[in-house]
Write a protein that binds this ligand. Structure first.
Ligand code: MG
Length: 161
């Protein structure tokens, strides 16, 4: 059997007034932010679920329960670093990550490189191994009408000998 493992992550958060908008660890000036127990960084959550999926570690709900006060308001990049530690402990190295944010607004392009750098730094890998992109959904559905944002991510891991 090959030593490569693929994982897919998906997450959704609702947009609400009075919250900071944190995406890929970047605080983006916007009239609303994502609602959640942590900083609600939907992009990083999808990345973590892709990584935990590839390593067969379940999902982030299992690793970091939202009933645990320790995770209230926590930066999702800290949780991502913890996922990275768990992967390394089990002999996994990250080959690459590809993530896509589904949001009608604001414009994400100016922040994509910083998001990739933040994700790479949390995992101790090169930004060259992380791709972040974004799309609108043409005004359709809950991302299109601005009620929320979603993200998908794929991750490839190598199990080192
Ligand atoms: Mg989430």
């Amino acid at each position: 059997m090959t030593n490569l493992r693929i994982g897919h992550g998906y997450d959704v958060h609702r947009l609400a007034a009075g919250r900071k908008l944190i995406l890929g660890g970047v605080e983006i000036p916007w009239e609303r932010g994502l609602l959640g127990h942590s900083d609600a960084d939907v992009l990083v959550h999808a990345v973590m679920d892709a990584l935990t999926g590839a390593a067969r570690l379940g999902d982030i709900g299992k690793l970091f329960p939202d009933t645990d006060p320790a995770y209230a308001g926590i930066s999702s990049l800290k949780l991502l670093a913890e996922v990275g530690r768990l992967l390394a402990e089990r002999g996994f190295a990250v080959v690459n990550i590809d993530a896509v944010l589904l949001a009608q607004a604001p414009k994400i392009a100016p922040y994509k490189e910083r998001m990739a750098e933040n994700i790479a730094a949390a995992l101790g890998i090169s930004p060259e191994q992380v791709n972040v992109k974004a799309t609108t959904e043409e005004g359709l559905g809950f991302t299109g009408d601005g009620s929320g944002m979603a993200a998908h991510a794929a991750a490839l891991l190598e199990l080192l000998e």
